[in-house]
Ligand binder design. Structure first.
Ligand SMILES: Cc1cc2nc3c(=O)[nH]c(=O)nc-3n(C[C@H](O)[C@H](O)[C@H](O)COP(=O)(O)OP(=O)(O)OC[C@H]3O[C@@H](n4cnc5c(N)ncnc54)[C@H](O)[C@@H]3O)c2cc1C
Length: 263
């Protein structure tokens, strides 16, 4: 290798996998000025172009958007996933191509492509609390974790501010308050239930859920493409969060280089 070639193939950091974890790590590293290499085993996903079903209406999807017999044969585990359908199966690997041993029953849902499962997740964004961080120590399972909520809290702040999370700060010990956008408005039945609940139970509250709301979502919302306060018409066929978008953005910033691994 020439000196120039060597220099262009030398990195400060190498990130393996381009899902939410790897995508975020690459974002932080490149923003910090580190020359970063992202290695991804799956196929590239180009924003917009590679969302083949995003703009289809439900009736335009084959097989009523259900798993076919062939799908069930190819993916006996993943075809049972609640969102598995003709609109999403291209973002899940086939079980027959990626078998694994189940010592105990274990359902593994995987997406091998740029963005990983960030293209599949349901956008719920709940903070863990110290109840979670200390659970195994209290229950005597495994070893005590070396971190607590206070260590992670500032990072929750950073991520929530960046991605946009709507929800309600209710001061609950099991769900710490966050940097939240306004919650979705409750409908009249939900609002009534919320007001009545404390009259019957002293230990229960009804709060708005926490969910990631992206620009994309908001643009669709403005275009009137909602069927209720929380569900999009094409809910399952939209890009979700930053995996692929972020990799694409940072690929062009000069610091981030993204390669596909041949598997
Ligand atoms: C249907 C569904 C709904 C979900 N809903 C929610 C939700 O609402 N809220 C929530 O918090 N979580 C949710 N999750 C979980 C969440 O999506 C995952 O925890 C998260 O996306 C995992 O991110 P990750 O980056 O750790 O892994 P992944 O997204 O799996 O990314 C791993 C990446 O690494 C690549 N890779 C793997 N091995 C190698 C290798 N050897 N070399 C190179 N690349 C490799 C993969 O191809 C992939 O791109 C949901 C998950 C699913 C499947």
């Amino acid at each position: 290798m020439t000196t120039r070639a060597q220099a262009s193939h030398t990195y400060d950091a190498i990130v393996v996998g381009s899902g939410i974890s790897g995508g975020w790590a690459a974002k932080v590293l490149t923003e910090g000025g580190l020359r970063t290499l992202v290695l991804e085993r799956g196929r590239p996903v180009e924003h917009i172009k590679d969302y083949p079903t995003a703009n289809l209406a439900p009736w335009e999807l084959p097989h009523g958007n259900r798993a076919t017999a062939q799908d069930a044969a190819d993916s006996p585990i993943q075809s049972k996933l609640y969102l598995y359908g003709q609109d999403s199966k291209h973002f899940l690997v086939k079980d027959v191509e990626h078998p694994y041993n189940q010592v105990k029953p274990f359902q593994w849902f995987r997406g091998y492509h740029v963005g990983g499962r960030s293209l599949l997740w349901a956008r719920h964004c709940f903070r863990w609390s110290d109840l979670d961080f200390t659970a195994n120590a209290r229950e005597g399972v495994g070893i005590d974790w070396p971190i607590r909520y206070a260590d992670i809290a500032p990072w929750y702040d950073v991520v929530e501010r960046f991605i946009g999370v709507s929800g309600e700060n209710a001061g609950l010990p099991q769900l710490p308050d966050g940097q939240l956008l306004p919650p979705f408005e409750m409908n009249c039945v939900e609002a009534h239930l919320k007001s009545r609940l404390p009259q019957v139970f002293t230990d229960r509250v009804l709060i708005a859920s926490r969910c990631h709301v992206s620009d994309f979502f908001e643009r669709r919302q403005m275009a009137g493409m909602l069927d209720c306060s929380g569900r999009r018409r094409s809910f399952e066929r939209l890009p979700r969060f930053l995996g692929d978008e972020e990799v694409a953005r940072h690929r062009d910033c000069g610091n981030c280089h993204h390669y596909r691994l041949q598997s």
